[in-house]
Design a protein around this ligand. Structure first.
Ligand code: GLA
Length: 387
């Protein structure tokens, strides 16, 4: 892979003298959805698929970008000095945003760079191809310019960039799980305190299978920001009756007691999801530590129901994938993953059932939705690296 990428870089940028090759993963969230901007817990892991980058500093101030995923666009140029927030969904706005964000944090990029990317995460699939590019860019900048930032800083800068440069109000989960990824482990992160621990995922006789709905989703034009503000409304009204800082501070019982303070029914449903999903995530990790994969799977299923009925971020594509998965013998748990409104589902499937799973779910999906779903048996990988 490394040789091929360097060769391509040489083709595009003249030669590959002094260029370095980097990688940052994509991520899948096992449970804890739409909790990261509500001060709750998440439980994601990095994948072995992700984004490769080849980079080399320039003597001048030019930035030259090339993506093997968008070859028809050719080399796209700009300068380190004329970066300003742009909401347009051009791929270069992700690396540009991170370069800009470093400057905002006091780490000014003064020299230009040639950067080529190649990603093997399906685009818009909900496996965080954008956060992968953000963390990769930050990792490259640190390596090339020697900025004194930790991997956790890379996650925060990536999120800052996506919020301020790209105008997407995302939480910290994606960038954190990518920057902090660890092979065969998921990350149990409390987004309220930013405390985290690694939890080994030992699925004896089973694997993680991702089903991609092929329904494209862009966070900017999705209802993501709307869900966030519904949660903020609910929190403000709850704060009139109970002293909390975030929805993640509430237990199930407390929510029952105080929920009538939320005047709008829709906002109340959104808050119920945020509170219950957070508690469910804590219980799921406890179950995993006891090696109770059965309960973990059940909690994944409950998570989906809550995202479908209370948070309303699923839709026919994700619901079909999950509801058909539940019917297959050997499926331990299945749910949508990521922001929703399209994208992927994640399932834990026993080895002997994987073939039947793909066949049955795939067939039912095609019949009901009218186009095909793609399936990936995935592995949990490490965070960003120099190759
Ligand atoms: C997107 C966001 C994350 C998180 C998830 C939903 O992936 O980028 O911050 O909010 O949606 O859990």
């Amino acid at each position: 892979m490394k040789e091929k990428l360097l060769q391509k870089f040489a083709e595009i940028f003249g030669d590959s003298e002094g260029a370095k090759v980097y990688f940052a993963p994509g991520r899948v969230n096992l449970i804890g959805e739409h909790t990261d901007y509500n001060g709750g817990h998440v439980f994601p892991c990095a994948l072995t698929i992700g984004t490769y980058g080849v980079a080399r500093q320039r003597e001048d101030k030019k930035l030259r970008f090339y993506s093997m995923n968008f070859e028809q666009l050719g080399v796209l140029e700009s300068g380190v000095e004329d970066l300003k927030p742009e909401k347009e969904a051009a791929w270069t706005n992700y690396p540009k945003g991170v370069i800009w964000a470093f400057g905002q944090k006091g780490f000014e990029v003064t020299r230009g760079m040639d950067l080529m990317l190649y990603g093997n995460i399906p685009n818009g699939s909900g496996l965080s191809s954008s956060a992968s590019v953000e963390v990769l860019t930050g990792f490259i900048l640190r390596d090339q310019y020697g900025f004194p930032v930790s991997n956790q800083d890379l996650a925060l800068i990536g999120q800052f960039s996506e919020n301020r440069f790209n105008g997407v109000n995302c939480g910290i989960m994606d960038q954190f799980s990518i920057a902090m990824g660890k092979k065969d482990n998921a990350i149990f992160l409390d987004t309220g305190t930013m405390e985290f621990e690694y939890a080994p995922i030992r699925l004896e006789g089973a694997k993680l299978v991702i089903a991609c709905s092929n329904k494209k989703r862009g966070l900017g034009d999705s209802k993501y920001n709307e869900r966030r503000s519904e949660c903020e409304t609910a929190l403000a009204q709850l704060q009139e009756v109970v002293g909390i800082e975030s929805l993640g501070d509430l237990t199930e019982e407390q929510f029952e007691r105080y929920s009538s303070a939320v005047r709008d029914e829709v906002c109340r449903k959104r808050a119920r999801h945020a509170v219950l999903e957070n508690r469910r995530t804590v219980r799921a990790v406890e179950a995993l530590k006891r090696n109770d994969i059965g309960l973990f799977g059940q909690l994944m299923n409950d998570s989906h129901v809550s995202l479908r009925d209370d948070y309303e971020v699923t839709g026919i594509e994700l619901d079909t994938l999950v509801e058909e998965a539940w019917k297959v013998d050997g499926v331990i748990g299945s749910r949508m993953t990521g922001a929703g409104f399209g994208g992927c589902t994640v399932s834990i499937v026993k080895d002997e059932a994987i073939e039947a799973f793909q066949e049955k779910v795939g067939k039912a999906y095609l019949e009901k939705v009218g186009y095909t779903a793609d399936f990936y048996v995935v592995q949990i990988g490490d965070g960003p690296a120099v190759l």
